[in-house]
Design a protein around this ligand. Structure first.
Ligand SMILES: [Zn+2]
Length: 216
């Protein structure tokens, strides 16, 4: 019971942070966390906003798909969340949101480049996952094969949003934030380069002031 309440409270806090940062408005997106003492997760139900999560509306779902009695409708994203926990033991939390800068890239069919040292270190690559063959939102059939690679911790869903996974909710949330920040940086970089007529980044050849003096 303590584990369950702890996880529900962590999910409520993370969802609020995601909402406050404007990474997810309205009732879209979803986040979930694995329980330590049961083969089950806590997940936001359908129709509840990130800012409206409470201990009473969050659902508990077993990894076999059994939903503990709840007056709420399960999320459309439930299947892909469950499958991510099934295929990777190291995944303890999933944050999926429709953050606008990243989803802009996802809607243009452009993979967000990992430009900054932090993104290269923390993420490495953010694969862009296509819509389902029927043209609908991505399901576990499209998402799980990408995350079967244990190095993948973040991905972007074409015309849809982003996924960050982690060993706890705040780590998955940080990835959702880094994805969005990187998309914003990429947009600024591309816009600045275009304004200055550059087709390639003109980065300095030195790392420190001492290096610069040595070159000059
Ligand atoms: Zn979504």
């Amino acid at each position: 019971m303590e584990d369950l309440l702890e996880k529900k409270d962590a999910l409520i806090a993370t969802a609020k942070r995601c909402f406050d940062l404007r990474l997810q408005t309205n009732a879209g997106g979803n986040l979930s966390v694995r329980l330590d003492r049961a083969e089950a997760i806590v997940i936001k139900p359908s129709g509840i906003g990130f800012n409206e999560c409470t201990r009473d509306n969050l659902q508990v779902v077993h990894l076999d798909g059994t939903i503990e009695p709840s007056p709420f409708k399960p999320s459309k994203d439930l299947d892909f969340h469950l499958d991510l926990y099934r295929i990777r033991d190291d995944i303890k939390a999933v944050v999926h949101c429709h953050s606008p800068w990243a989803t802009g890239y996802a809607s243009a069919g452009i993979e967000i480049p990992c430009l900054t040292v932090q993104t290269i270190e923390k993420i490495g690559r953010m694969p862009l996952i296509p819509l389902s063959p029927q043209g609908g939102p991505q399901t576990d059939k499209e998402i799980s094969p990408v995350f079967e690679d244990p190095k993948v911790v973040a991905a972007v869903l074409a015309n849809h949003g982003t996924i960050g996974v982690g060993s706890n909710l705040i780590k998955a949330q940080y990835l959702a934030e880094i994805i969005e920040e990187t998309a914003h940086i990429a947009f600024v970089r591309d816009t600045v380069m275009l304004a200055h007529g550059k087709t390639a980044a003109d980065l300095p050849q030195y790392g420190t002031a001492a290096d610069a003096r040595a070159i000059m």
